[in-house]
Design a binder for this molecule. Structure first.
Ligand code: HEM
Length: 294
């Protein structure tokens, strides 16, 4: 009886989950994995801004592609289904857009250097063409991209910004710019051009708008948004693995940033690289104990 009650209760709860909560629940595993992957690479990226800028270059391509596709889908001449067009218009908020902010970050980190384009056969390029194609076929999938890539900035993004701001000597000096100015010039990705203290309103504004429009979506569209969210986390992983290859080809300078990331892998790596030493120490202790006590 009690069991039955509990069961129906949890089912009722599940049915009342908002689309945002359903996305978060469906991507929890993927999220935890990417979270670990990014945090364990952060201290390396902060040793050399050339590694960090390679990373934000990848993500700038993602934001630019879905934001451009979004603008196209809600423009007056777009042929988007009016129902979806209205939904995408009500989610739109200019200060959320990351493309202009990432352009500023990249301009700062590249300075006078020539900015490389996107390599045709790269993971980035494939992800970009996937986003273009899927959004042109199913414009409601903009919601998956917007939810995951904007909400990310209000949780993990805050933590990243804080860690980046602590990194000593990370921000490359620029002519006529004090260190604080450099810091601001390189972290636009994580800042929103709204009056101070109103950032939370951007986040809640997006969530409220999504709550308002979710009932205008069909069951199938909602399912597709959840499925695409899972694909987004898989694709983020692919981007990170590509960055590993790209960064391995660049030699980071060995200076330490003093940033310790939450990283259990460090211990595993220590044990792996010192296993013979650890074995020897254990054997030695055992032998010493035998010698003394028996
Ligand atoms: C590409 C990478 C990432 C994406 C797309 C992403 C996306 C998201 C999304 C969509 C949420 C749910 C937010 C909400 O509904 O309000 C979230 C929550 C969160 N993320 Fe991330 N995230 C990413 C990386 C990270 C990283 C690297 C960290 C680690 C610092 C992190 C830490 C968190 C935390 C602490 C939460 C809040 C969890 C909660 O409230 O239950 N995320 N993220």
């Amino acid at each position: 009886m009690a069991h039955h009650h509990q069961h129906s209760h949890s089912r009722a709860e599940k049915e009342s989950l908002s689309l945002s909560q359903q996305i978060n629940a469906a991507t929890r595993e993927g999220h935890d994995k990417i979270n670990g992957m990014i945090m364990s690479r952060l201290s390396l990226g902060l040793r050399d801004y050339r590694l960090y800028r390679e990373g934000i270059f990848s993500f700038s391509q993602v934001y630019k592609t879905f934001e451009d596709a979004w603008m196209a889908a809600i423009s007056p001449e777009a042929t988007t289904d009016p129902r979806i067009k209205t939904a995408l218009q009500s989610l739109y908020s200019r200060p959320l857009l990351r493309t202009p902010q990432l352009v500023k970050d990249l301009e700062y980190f590249y300075g006078g250097e020539t900015y490389h384009g996107i390599e045709p056969m790269s993971t980035r390029a494939k992800y970009v063409s996937h986003i273009k194609q899927i959004i042109s076929q199913k414009p409601h999938l903009v919601i998956a991209y917007a939810h995951n890539y904007y909400m990310a900035l209000f949780a993990g993004g805050k933590i990243l910004k804080y860690q980046i701001s602590l990194a000593r000597g990370f921000f490359p000096p620029r002519r006529n710019m004090a260190e604080e100015e450099c810091k601001a010039a390189g972290t636009n990705l994580f800042s929103f051009e709204v009056p101070k203290g109103e950032e939370g309103l951007l986040r809640s504004g997006f969530k409220d708008a999504l709550l308002d429009i979710q009932s205008t979506l069909t069951e199938e569209e909602r399912t597709e948004i959840i499925e695409e969210s899972k694909a987004i986390f898989k694709n983020n992983e692919m981007l990170i693995l590509e960055l590993d290859r790209l960064c391995a080809a660049m030699a980071p300078s060995p200076k330490d940033t003093g940033i310790l990331t939450l990283d259990e892998n460090r211990w595993m790596a220590f044990i792996r690289s010192h296993k013979f030493l650890l074995l020897f120490v254990m054997f030695f202790c055992y032998a010493a104990a035998r010698l003394f006590f028996f």
